[in-house]
Design a protein. Structure first.
Length: 74
């Protein structure tokens, strides 16, 4: 998934667009992508923007932005 960060440099984008890009190149479900994005947020690589929608949310929803923090650091 971190390789995907390099392929999607035009972030931030909505989870819906992000998931569509991932699914074009890989055989994974939206649920699997949500879980992986949640893990990357826990690692500090993605900003957990979905927490502003719902503090208890663990993973993004379709309209939540995916923002790669690693891009900001590098």
């Amino acid at each position: 998934m971190t390789e995907l960060a390099q392929q999607t440099k035009d972030a931030p984008r909505t989870f819906k667009r992000f998931a569509a890009t991932v699914m074009e190149k890989n055989y994974v479900s939206p649920t699997e992508i949500k879980e992986k994005v949640g893990e990357l947020a826990k690692q500090g690589l993605i900003e957990p923007t979905w927490k502003t929608r719902n503090d208890k949310a663990r993973v993004p929803d379709l309209g939540d932005l995916i923002i790669w923090i690693a891009d900001e650091i590098n």
